[in-house]
Design a protein around this ligand. Sequence first.
Ligand SMILES: Cc1cc2nc3c(=O)[nH]c(=O)nc-3n(C[C@H](O)[C@H](O)[C@H](O)COP(=O)(O)OP(=O)(O)OC[C@H]3O[C@@H](n4cnc5c(N)ncnc54)[C@H](O)[C@@H]3O)c2cc1C
Length: 400
Amino acid sequence: MSGNTLTATVVGGGIAGLAAATALARAGWRTTVLERRTGEPEVGTGVAVPRNGVAALNALGLDDGLLASLGHTTVGTGFRDTQGRPILLIPDDIEEVRHAVTIRGFDRRRLHAALAETARAAGVEVVPGARVTNLTAGAPGGRRASVWWRDPAGGEVLRADSDLVVGADGMWSAVRGVLFPGVRPTYSGSTSWRALVRDTGRDGRLFEFWGPGAEFGVMRVSDTELYWYGYVRAPRGAVLGDELATARARFDGWAPEVVDLIERTDPAHLMRHDVYHLGGGLPTYARGRVVMVGDAAHAALPTMGQGAASALEDAVALGALVAAPVAEGADQAEAMDRFDAARRPACRNIARQAAFIAKVGADLGGGWRQSVRNALLRRVPTRALALAGSSAVGWDPKEY
Ligand SMILES: Cc1cc2nc3c(=O)[nH]c(=O)nc-3n(C[C@H](O)[C@H](O)[C@H](O)COP(=O)(O)OP(=O)(O)OC[C@H]3O[C@@H](n4cnc5c(N)ncnc54)[C@H](O)[C@@H]3O)c2cc1C
């Protein structure tokens, strides 16, 4: 690379895009984020960030003091049946286990705003209302990558040429659509309600309940808010008249805390999305001068709660394996291959584990299946299980 400043265009300003842009700018790249939205991200939802995600946030410059002011530290407690009876409880008196299941809960808007602020402070330019419509991948050491996007002001189509493009435009990625047209999101068979409810009670731990074709989870995201989700089997694109009444009916007869939370939900703050995933993901995360990150590359089922964390890990890896070495003169193609080799197997692994958890958890049908599953899981030594599940959360930014 020459002594000229390297340039990067990041498509999408969600968690993955803002974090990736921060990593690039900190390594000295002139970085622009093109974000099609003009306002804040969706209202009314929380996000659970496990330990590896917190480590990645720290590595990107959001220290523990800041994170403590943005969210709430809590722990996973395991799984219960519809009546709240334990199926698989995670012991909270073993330090090693407690450490593995510690989670930070955030109001999604607060985390997003902090990431946007961190990116701007690092020198990133964020262009809101800029929808990317096409791109060419270029070639490392050769042609630069080009991105076409609609100017928010005049609606005119503009072109940005850069040394690197980051595809961070989420589940329905336009970048992926151009470079990998054969890889499309698959409907999971489930839809998910999500809401924040005002609450100042003391217990903010993550409680998860499994029932026939459904899962309900609740955790604290601030001193005054609980976040809940209700994940249920449903036909794709189902149109429900009264969302809150339908959620209430679907979880009717479940444990009192589940029923109570739905009852206390402001209908204006209830959201529902059909849940899609990318199955096997992409054949490579690096093509030409483009790297793919976050949901655009590897959207997994939400049952592992690793979506945001793996997007944040991608950003740290991008900084360490591509942005910094290439700025110091390393070969870009080789650096991008290293990124792919580091990230693809790890994300494939998470997607596989998430699919397995869905199969034995939220997707499992009713009747004998529930009682057999519950009886089997009640025999599993939970300490061993909690630690086995900690492979993903044990990620350390220093491994790059
Ligand atoms: C029901 C559910 C619950 C979940 N719960 C959790 C959880 O508790 N913990 C967790 O870690 N993860 C969770 N996830 C997953 C997590 O939300 C995602 O993995 C994470 O938000 C991915 O971030 P991203 O930046 O890759 O994508 P996104 O957040 O989708 O961001 C993509 C951005 O790109 C923009 N964009 C799209 N197209 C264009 C375009 N053409 N031009 C310009 N901009 C564009 C979009 O506006 C958006 O801002 C959950 C997901 C679901 C569905």
